[in-house]
Ligand binder design. Sequence first.
Ligand SMILES: [Ca+2]
Ligand SMILES: [Ca+2]
Length: 173
Amino acid sequence: MASDSILFSKATDCTDDYEPNDDFSVAFGPLISGKSYAGKICSPADNDYFQINVVNPGTITLNLHVPPEKDYDLEIYNSSHQPVDFSENLAGESESIEYQALEPGTYYIRAYGYDGEFDETQPYTLTGAWPSALQAFYAFDEGVERLPVIHQKVANMAQFMGLSGQRVKSVAD
Ligand SMILES: [Ca+2]
Ligand SMILES: [Ca+2]
């Protein structure tokens, strides 16, 4: 009976906002590039899956900051659930992955305890960066801000070539 109540309290005390996320089909996400996510490895069997959307070919960087003395590992999988890179450092060391994604699409991240390692109270922190929709939007936004400069250059060039201001405006717009 004592062991039953211990098991029960373990199951309820370990809070992890991203559970259930123990497999590809229930991977939490999509995560936002640049944000940090604090989860917990609650038991030896706990696997934490996350997913990200990579919108262009480019570099995926991931970092897993682990609780003190804990040996957690990190893996990344492609959209077909095939492992493409991993990080398996020693206990207490952060895990990091830098992967060149040639194909855009959904990638999956798995955090887990090496050899059954877990911690019910202290979270890990997962952060990362990858070619994201938000990044693409900012690049577009920068392009829009540069438009007046381009308009001016076109106008100057057209004036030099002897075109009228009205015509230049319609060309630039
Ligand atoms: Ca968990
Ligand atoms: Ca989990």
